[in-house]
Design a protein around this ligand. Structure first.
Ligand code: FES
Length: 81
């Protein structure tokens, strides 16, 4: 089981975390990975200046667009499952 944790604190919300969560929801469903990938939200991770922040398992990523998270999902989830 992989865990994607998206920051929903105010700074990350302003930088698109809501769209990022929606992208991951759709991507997990489209790939049929509901039983292999858990999507969670978290409050501020004290990295506010670095963009919308998310963890894939224990690794921190910064995203500035849905294109960024599409690439992260490809390399960190699809290519590792
Ligand atoms: S609000 Fe996301 S790291 Fe602070």
């Amino acid at each position: 089981m992989h865990v994607i944790t998206v920051c929903v604190g105010s700074a990350c919300h302003l930088k698109g975390s809501h769209e990022i969560i929606n992208y991951f929801k759709d991507a997990i469903k489209d790939a049929g990975l509901e039983n292999k990938v858990e999507l969670k939200g978290t409050f501020c991770m004290d990295q506010c200046t670095d963009g919308a922040n998310l963890l894939i398992d224990e690794t921190l990523f910064h995203a500035t667009s849905v294109d960024d998270v599409r690439a992260i999902f490809q390399t960190e989830i699809l290519e590792k499952i």
